[in-house]
Design a protein around this ligand. Structure first.
Ligand code: NAP
Length: 278
């Protein structure tokens, strides 16, 4: 019988720990403040931003909210980031992606001070991760590590396969598994004999961005399968990159969608805000 890795429960546990930590810090006169910037009113972004603000409130982190109109120029956004970089009362800056097409995302992400880059997207933080120095770590892959650790799944010495090599999920995921002493293989769209490689995995992390892509053919018996994907199917229901019904009976542990990796991303963002670069 497989174990369902409950991201909802684990993320709540992390948020409760952070809430306690913040209460203690506040008693000592310390505070934390996250600035959240949204440009335009993409409905999905609005939901994400509101969830982040709610999580801040729950944990006791102050939040500043900047809801800028769609026609905000790149210069105006960069000026705001610069102003927030200079404010000593702001610890974290988050620019909700995607940005409107006329604004260069890379330019904006590069402008955020690495010391306030709680999303862990700045090249300085990415570089620190790859050479084993402290820094902010991208929240979704950091959440996957917490899911594994808090479910009692050992990473050290395990054959780990990451399906996907994006800058925000696949690559940092591979680095983090390596940091935990896993033996890591990264697959992508040009990988040959994909199923042969994924079937070697003791731990398979799927971030391929294609609904239901991974079925039982990709999975070794008793593997741990982590599904990072989030999609809405034709019926409007949330689903992942893994075909859960096909894979779960074969796996030793598996994350559901929803309620797996998804809730961990915000929990790890909050952890970055409370603990700083770690
Ligand atoms: P992405 O940027 O689209 O990257 C997808 C990766 O999969 C790429 O590296 C691509 O290879 C690879 N790929 C695509 N088709 C493939 C195929 N047929 N065979 C092998 N590899 C293939 O996606 P992402 O941003 O990493 O996100 C992945 C998924 O996670 C999405 O569903 C996204 O919505 C979800 N997500 C969830 C959270 C969360 O909080 N839970 C956060 C972020 C993302 P190439 O590099 O060769 O193109």
């Amino acid at each position: 019988m497989y174990q369902i890795i409950d991201g909802k429960r684990i993320s709540q546990q992390i948020k409760d720990e952070l809430r306690e930590q913040m209460a203690q810090r506040k008693a000592e006169g310390e505070s934390r403040c996250l600035a959240v910037i949204q440009v335009g009113n993409d409905p999905a972004s609005t939901v994400y931003v509101n969830n982040k603000k709610k999580a801040c409130e729950y944990i006791g982190i102050d939040s500043l909210s900047y809801e800028l109109p769609e026609e905000t120029t790149e210069e105006e956004l960069l000026a705001l980031v610069e102003e927030l970089n200079g404010r000593s009362d702001v610890n974290g800056i988050l620019v909700q992606l995607p940005l409107p097409g006329h604004i260069c995302e890379d330019k904006v992400l590069l402008a955020i001070s690495p010391e306030k880059d709680v999303d862990g997207f700045h090249p300085m933080n990415v570089g620190n991760l790859s050479i084993g120095r402290p820094g902010y770590v991208s929240c979704t892959p950091a959440g996957v590590i917490q899911l594994l650790k808090r479910s009692g799944i050992q990473i050290e010495g395990k054959e780990c396969v990451v399906l996907g090599r994006s800058n925000i999920v696949g690559k940092p995921m591979a680095m983090l598994l390596l940091r935990e002493n896993g033996t890591v293989t990264v697959c992508h769209s040009r990988t040959k004999n994909l199923k042969e490689i994924t079937r070697r995995a003791d731990i398979l992390v799927v971030a391929v961005g294609k609904p239901g892509f991974v079925d039982a053919d990709y999975v070794k018996e008793n593997a741990v399968v982590i599904d990072v994907g989030i999609h809405r199917n034709e019926a409007g229901k949330l689903c992942g990159d893994v075909d859960f019904d096909s894979v779960a009976p074969l796996a030793s542990a598996v994350t559901p969608v929803p309620g797996g990796v998804g809730p961990m991303t915000i929990a790890m963002l909050m952890s970055n805000c409370v603990n700083g670069p770690g």
